[in-house]
Design a protein around this ligand. Structure first.
Ligand SMILES: O=P(O)(O)O[C@@H]1C[C@H](O)[C@@H](CO)O1
Length: 492
């Protein structure tokens, strides 16, 4: 064995070891984001932080062409393992030795390219260079000007649940089902029997599904019912979780991201709510036209945190106009009379709960144009919108929110809410079934109008949050502004 031959074998083994160690770090990071690799030496000499940057798959060359989750967008370490195994085989067997020179040339070019990306583009040094780098926020001034070049945050914010967590949720559910749900349904308080409409169903308890929050409120059974309804494959949530239970808004919207990962394109959300519009009565069904999200206005929004751009629209600054899909609302209005459902329409306000509203709060809600008040729905609709899922939502008016002058109203209690829910839900069966069926003929999910979207700055922080290109999609013939939404004007 001559000197050159030994050197080639040593090079191949070193390359293979580095690639395998990178694969190990990648896996460790997946399950423990705080994992510290041996090559994490300092803030600027780091490999594990960088490991899921966009340059870590396909050397970043396929970014923008392929989705980051595409199986064709192969992680660099896999390419490295394959390359070094082949290189070792050729060296040891001495077959196809003519390939050694081109292979070595390609590997040198790739090394120079990655060296350039790491040191000149990203200005960070990664010991396992083949994995690419993490872009530091401070190296890039966003168009929205959040960080100046001098601001050097030392730590990236993280989400409560990562893209991988949602994937694990979806993988778990996918393994248990044979259908591919396109429609999601959420049953609100007392509305759980809607799930009985789902045929040939299988049940999956929330507690079984990794990362899935479990319902703790009476009347929310806490299981997915997956099967078919109105000729569509559906995933129905028999019960939801709420912010007041103590969950983070990213947790209570986790099932929406799970649905998105399963391929859901349409969502029907239901809730129980107190009637604020004085023309409503308990038992009425209200089609939600819009919402006022008091939690969101106070800074509790499920999209707070690094932007999860791999979901649907992936927009950092999400538009909410038409988030209660106009075409789906029109279909609901058309179908309701046929099924004997007299559909009210109105604005839903989300309050934090679990306490019901004070008389002064109800007076205030009434003054600002709220028709029904509840403790859910808005976060789910925001995340559905972010995922590009078209949504229609209904409030069952279970009680009239206590009149400002009255001292106590017995109908405003959770047990009364549940009782009314189970009493009237049956009346909506035909309506909900035909509504779901109508989605068959609906087109692909609309993207939100996007003329004012800003560049996302968080892409510089973490690969999970890498933003998609700003989408200046103007093809939205059926999106409307409140002003031109004449067919569905306020009814209060
Ligand atoms: O899950 P939803 O919004 O239907 O539940 C409503 C709001 C509270 O959770 C509960 C109050 O009775 O019902």
């Amino acid at each position: 064995m001559n000197y050159l031959h030994t050197l080639r074998i040593l090079t191949a083994l070193t390359g293979l070891s580095v690639s395998l160690y990178t694969a190990y770090i990648y896996r460790q990071k997946l399950y423990n984001p705080d994992y510290k690799a041996l090559c994490d030496i300092s803030e600027t000499i780091s490999c594990s932080d960088a490991i899921r940057s966009r340059y870590s798959k396909g050397f970043g060359l396929l970014d923008g062409i392929l989705d980051s989750d595409s199986i064709l967008n192969i992680p660099n370490f896999i390419l490295g393992i394959i390359f070094f195994i082949l290189y070792s085989l050729v060296t040891v067997t001495e077959y196809f030795t003519f390939l050694l020179l081109p292979a070595a040339t390609i590997s040198v070019c790739i090394s120079i390219y990655l060296f350039y990306i790491l040191n000149l583009v990203m200005k960070i040094h990664c010991l396992l260079m083949s994995q690419g780098v993490k872009r530091r926020r401070s190296t890039r001034l966003s168009s929205s000007g959040y960080y100046s070049k001098r601001t050097k945050p030392t730590q990236c914010p993280t989400n409560i649940l990562s893209v991988e967590n949602f994937q694990e949720m979806a993988d778990y559910v996918k393994e248990k089902i044979s259908v591919k749900p396109e429609v999601g349904i959420i049953c609100g308080s007392g509305l759980g029997t809607l799930s009985d409409l789902v045929k040939d169903s299988i049940d999956i308890l929330y507690e079984e599904v990794p990362h899935m929050p479990v319902s703790t409120v009476e009347g929310h059974e806490g299981k997915f019912v997956i099967g078919s309804l109105g000729g569509m494959d559906v995933i129905c949530m028999k019960g939801r979780v709420h912010h007041y239970e103590g969950y983070h808004s990213q947790q209570l919207t986790a099932p929406i991201r799970l649905m998105s990962r399963l391929g859901v394109k349409y969502l029907v959300v239901t809730n129980a709510a107190g009637g604020v519009n004085k023309s409503f009565s308990p038992g009425d069904l209200m089609l939600i036209k819009d919402h006022i999200n008091f939690l969101g206005l106070a800074g509790i929004n499920p999209l707070i945190g690094p932007n999860l751009s791999t979901f649907g629209t992936g927009e950092r600054f999400l538009q909410m106009v038409n988030c209660y899909d106009k075409e789906m609302r029109e279909t609901a209005l058309e179908l309701a009379p046929k099924h004997g459902v007299s559909l009210q329409q109105g604005v839903y306000a989300l309050i934090g709960g679990p306490s019901f509203e004070t008389p002064a709060e109800i007076k205030f809600l009434n003054l600002i144009g709220v028709d029904a008040v509840g403790m859910s729905t808005a976060p789910e609709v925001i995340v559905a919108r972010h995922c590009g899922i078209r949504t229609v939502a209904f409030s069952l008016i279970t009680n009239m929110s206590v009149h400002p002058d009255s001292v106590h109203d017995e109908s405003t209690s959770h047990s009364a809410v549940l009782a009314l829910g189970s009493e009237v839900t049956g009346k909506f069966s035909g309506f909900i079934t035909e509504l779901v069926s109508s989605f068959k003929s609906k087109g692909m999910p609309l993207q939100p109008e996007a003329d004012v979207f800003h560049d996302t700055l968080m892409e510089s922080c973490n690969n999970d949050v890498m933003s998609k290109t700003v989408n200046n999609n103007t093809e939205l013939s059926s999106t409307t502004t409140p002003a031109d939404d004449n067919s569905m004007q306020d009814n209060h």
